[in-house]
Design a protein around this ligand. Sequence first.
Ligand code: TYD
Ligand code: MG
Length: 454
Amino acid sequence: MARDGALYVCQSCGAAQSKWSGRCPACAAWNSLVEESSGAPPGALRPARSGKGRGLAFEDLESQTPPPPRLATGVGEFDRVCGGGVVPGSALLVAGDPGVGKSTLLLQVCAEAARRGAACAYISGEEAAEQIRGRAQRLGLVDANVRLAAETSLREIVEGLKREAFDLVVIDSVQTLWSEAHEAGPGSVTQVRACAAELVRLAKRRGVAVILVGHVTKDGQIAGPRVVEHLVDAVLAFEGERGYPFRVLRGVKNRFGATDEIGVFEMGDTGLNEVRNPSALFLNEGGDRSAGAAVFAGIEGSRPVLVEFQALVAPSVYGTPRRAVVGWDSGRLAMVMAVLEARCGLGFAGRDVYLNVAGGLRVSEPAADLAAAAALASSALDVALPQDCVVFGEISLSGDVRPVSRTESRLKEAAKLGFSQALAPVAAEGASVRVSGVTRLAEAVTRIGEGRWQ
Ligand code: TYD
Ligand code: MG
């Protein structure tokens, strides 16, 4: 093990080594080992204590005390992603790219909760109190009774939180905190882990809901690194494409609710506004949809969301044709293109293929396969889909179109937004929207090409 407590911790995966090397032996990341001298390395056994333990006090599964009620903050989209408000005594991590709007969101959450009578604190290690006040003024939140502090020392924060009783505490961000017990610099694995663990303990002990803000690194990992994800009860990712005003709060892990829930916000001059009806927002309103566009009837969490898939298939000027995709999985695009080529005779050789999910939403449902395929076929054949048509269905490698879950909700949402037809698996028959049922992708492509719809 390490001599004199010298320890080299990988800033990417958290593995500890006794010797420095240019490349982490555990995760193969370059230049990621940083010397940190801490007590016990992660995973190492603590020295055995002498004497016997007290033994476990086993308990029943059935709870004797009812759980404390959730604290609904008043920001509806945020509460829904949490599973109906934050849980007292729990710790939550809100992670996202720098500049996506984490501080804005959580200041609004704090202020709304305070307006509803909760005792709230907002502790920032990134901005001075004056800056936060300035933001609160711009957001029209100055009347809310939020206790504000600019602090990075863990000891001061813990002391402060012991002195006053709070219901909700926001720490912005966990990467700026430092604990004197560790020599490593702020943002290092050791510091982030130690500070987060201490705050999680504090949350549980004092029954406070603690929200930690975490930055995400370039490759999409929560910086400093995944250790925090294991410590907290819930992880919410705050996402948004640059250039779009829409922001999506997505449940990644949640011990108290569903993880596939999303909350949608729009960033405006006065902060983040909740978007109650995301379909209307993601659909490209105004103007007809041309060849290459297909409206996907998707499900995000508990809500149906309609979103437009746009494809462009064009002759390539490059030796190797380009394939670019935004908002969808590139592996999935390759698969759908391969099935279109092999089973439907639609060739993409020598042609560039671009696929874009409008509005900046990221779609991950397999049900989007048919929508992507319809958009690609529509562009390749230069035939527009009917304006009032939605598409959904999963595609298998054999070229079959498979039924997907929650068909009724998809069709209902489509009807609500004025769509009257659907290109979908035959199992979707018999709902408010006329379904043009297909079991084979080739069938769908023929219908699109011939404009023969029912
Ligand atoms: P911020 O909450 O500081 O992001 P984070 O904490 O995730 O780093 O938000 C930063 C961006 O949001 C900034 O580029 C400006 C924009 N913004 C608005 O467009 N409107 C607003 O009302 C506010 C407060 C910020
Ligand atoms: Mg911030």
